[in-house]
Structure formats: C-alpha cells, structure tokens
Design a protein around this ligand. Structure first.
Ligand code: SF4
Ligand code: SF4
Length: 389
C-alpha cells in the first residue's frame, strides 16, 4: 500500500500473508495475539492486556468447501469461510492467535463458534439482543468484565485502569480519523472510489503498531483533503452517488461493490460493518472504563439486534448528508437477519426519500456475476435517467 497515492492492489490473501510474517516476529518478541470476529468485540480490553488484535473473518470462497464437510451448506458464506479458513490451514493468521473471542450475534455464528472452539482456546461473549432493554446494558457490562477475566487468565497478565484508559484513547483517535476519512466522500465528486477506500482501509487495519496506524490514517486524511482542495477527484460528476448498506463491503467479498463502480456508479458512503457508522460513538471513560466500553459496543447496529431502529435512522440521515441518489442493500444468502431487515431499509429509501433501491442476495462465489451485472447496470441507468421511482 502506498498511503500517498492511496493505491492498493493486493488481494486479501496477500495482505494476510504479509501481515502474518510481521505477526510471527512480534510473537517472537513476546507479544500476545487475540483473534476477533465481529464489530461487537470490545478491542480496547485486549489492547489493555497488551495484545495485538486481528480480524479472522473469512471473505473468500476458497475455504468454503472444507467448511461444508462439517457445517451445512445452507449457511451464510461468512460463517462457512471463517470456519473453513481455520480448519483447512489456509489462514496464515489463525495459528498465530493465542485465543479467539466471538459474540453471540446470529445463530450461524453462535453454532459455528461451538466447533471453532475445538481448534483454539475461545471465549464467546453473550451479547444481549434487545439493546433498548435497560437490563441489556447491565448484563453486557458483566460480559465485558468476564472478557477481561478471560484475557487476564489466558494471556497471563493484569489489565489495569490506566491501560484501559490508554486503549480507549487509542480507539477514540482511530474512530475520529476513520470517520473524517469517510466524510471526505461528502465531496462531489469524491476524492476516492468506494472500492479503493475499502481496499485501503482493510489493508491498513491489519496492523501491529497502532501508533503507526494512526500516522497512516492521518496521511490518508491529509491526502484526501488535499485532493478535494485541488479538485483532483476520483471520477466524473455524472456518476450516481450510491449508499451501501448491509454486508459485503470488505476486501475479498467485494464483487458487487466492484460491479457497481464498473457499471458507472460510485459508492460514496457505507453503512454498517466496515462503514462510517461503525466510527460513531466515542468512549468517554468517566470513572469506570469497562462500563464505558460496554456502553459503546452495545450501540453497534447489527441486524442480530431486535429492534435495530438506529440502523434505519442512520440510513435516513446518511441519504441526506451524502446526497445519495440510490441505495444498494446487500445480504448474504441464508442471512435471515439482514434479509428480513431489507424490508425496513426499502421503506426508508423508497417511501421516505423516493430513491431507487436495489436489494441483492448473493454469496462469495462468482457464479452469479453475469446476472448481477445486468441488474446493477439497469439500476445505474434507472438513477441516471430518473426511471421507476
Ligand atoms: S454484521 Fe453483525 S454479526 Fe456481522 S460482523 Fe457486523 S456486527 Fe458482527
Ligand atoms: S452475514 Fe448474517 S448470518 Fe452471516 S454471520 Fe453475519 S449476521 Fe450471521
């Protein structure tokens, strides 16, 4: 990756392979590694334990065949690819993790974690799923305390108040910078294509030295602001501005995002995991950093929550803030939670804003690319020519 040119051409496998080499060296120096799997993971607790955190989610088709030897085929590709990478020795990072932490979001993840836990020491946080219930926060605070206890025992360390405060400061700084980077795409035209930002931000997130990561984020932000000031845009002004919501905006499982930008659109905003809304909600440590961390992470908006009202409020707001002309809502096959929520996304997009809306259900394979291309080209034309609203 070249931060100054914002160019990123490596595949996710190449990113992970080179990261694994750096991780091996860090382990030789005595660093501990915690594998994580979801946006509900309160990473500040692991950082306060002195650990390096690494994402272990699978985003490619390759490992799915191995996973299907154990898991039913009609599971979402994220669940299968994550498990497959762990068991078929294609993930260079998985063997380096000292332990893994998961959360009880959807049924597929929960049940997969039961078998994944046979491969590596694993702690599953019990995530309450009605976040508006006052008892949910109390329970989640206890869960974050239990995570602290697990990590202290597993990594043979003590997580101190001061270390938690330092980790919170680091996380807050990262979120501020990432949010500002995403917000540069309010510019019309945008200074960076959606696909390029996904590749760049995914690649940078595989980091050992978080202070260096902050410097990289600052450089990216500076470059994007420079481009906007110099009117050096990434595309022409006639590309329809697309809001991305749901799943599928990560390096590796980006086939639909790629098709959208190849078909003449530009993704200017992403809601959900990997997107701008995950950079909201700073942590004010107050007197009790564990409670503050718990408060922040319970606000993550995932379809596994019921109700998940904040997600629809955010989509509503982002459509206006980013001058959106059309919305693409992607759900993986067999992901009941996101598939069912699409009904409410459609209501916000079409009924409230009168904008074109495209719901896509797909997996990690390339088998439907031709069909998707036809649908996406039609969608972009619909926006350009103001058809069918
Ligand atoms: S979509 Fe939900 S389950 Fe998946 S990573 Fe995000 S928060 Fe976790
Ligand atoms: S995509 Fe849906 S089914 Fe798959 S892990 Fe995420 S929430 Fe669960």
């Amino acid at each position: 990756m070249n931060v100054m040119t914002l160019e990123h051409t490596r595949t996710i496998d190449e990113v992970k392979t080179s990261f694994a080499l750096a991780l091996e060296m860090a382990k030789d120096e005595g660093h501990k590694v915690v594998g994580c799997l979801c946006s509900y993971f309160p990473r500040e607790v692991a950082w306060a334990a002195g650990a390096i955190t690494v994402g272990l989610c699978g985003t490619t088709q390759g490992p799915i065949e191995a996973a299907e030897q154990v898991l039913p085929a009609d599971q979402c590709p994220m669940v299968k690819a994550t498990y497959g990478r762990a068991i078929n020795n294609t993930c260079p990072i998985f063997p380096l993790a000292d332990c893994i932490v998961g959360e009880t979001t959807c049924d597929g993840r929960k049940k997969m974690y039961e078998v994944l836990g046979r491969e590596k020491s694993m702690h599953v946080m019990d995530l309450p799923q009605k976040p508006e219930n006052p008892a949910a926060l109390r329970y989640w605070i206890d869960e974050v305390h239990r995570l602290k206890g697990f990590l202290e025992a597993q990594l043979d360390c003590r997580i101190t108040h001061d270390a938690l405060l330092a980790a919170i400061e680091q996380g807050n700084r990262e979120r501020v910078l990432l949010k500002r980077i995403h917000q540069c795409r309010k510019s019309h035209p945008v200074p960076i294509m959606g696909l390029d930002l996904v590749a760049l931000s995914t690649s940078m997130s595989y980091t050992i030295d978080r202070k260096h990561y902050l410097k990289e984020l600052e450089s990216v932000l500076e470059e994007l602001r420079r481009r906007i000031a110099a009117k050096q845009f990434a595309c022409s002004a006639d590309r329809p501005r697309i809001l991305w919501t749901g799943l599928g905006n990560s390096l590796g499982c980006d086939k639909v995002l790629r098709l959208v930008e190849q078909s003449g659109g530009v993704v200017v905003c992403q809601e959900g995991c990997g997107g701008v809304t995950r950079m909201d909600d700073q942590i004010d440590p107050g007197d009790d950093p564990i409670e503050a961390i718990a408060r922040r992470y319970l606000k993550v908006t995932c379809a596994s929550m019921s109700p998940n009202n904040t997600r629809f409020e955010q989509i509503d707001r982002l459509i206006t803030e980013y001058k959106i002309q059309g919305v693409i809502d992607l759900a993986w096959q067999s992901c009941h939670a996101f598939n069912i929520e699409s009904f409410r996304v459609r209501e916000v997009v079409k009924e409230k804003h009168g904008l074109p809306y495209l719901h896509i259900v797909t997996d990690y394979s390339q088998s439907d690319v031709g069909q998707l291309k036809v649908r996406i080209e039609g969608f972009i034309e619909q926006i350009k020519f103001g058809l069918g609203r």
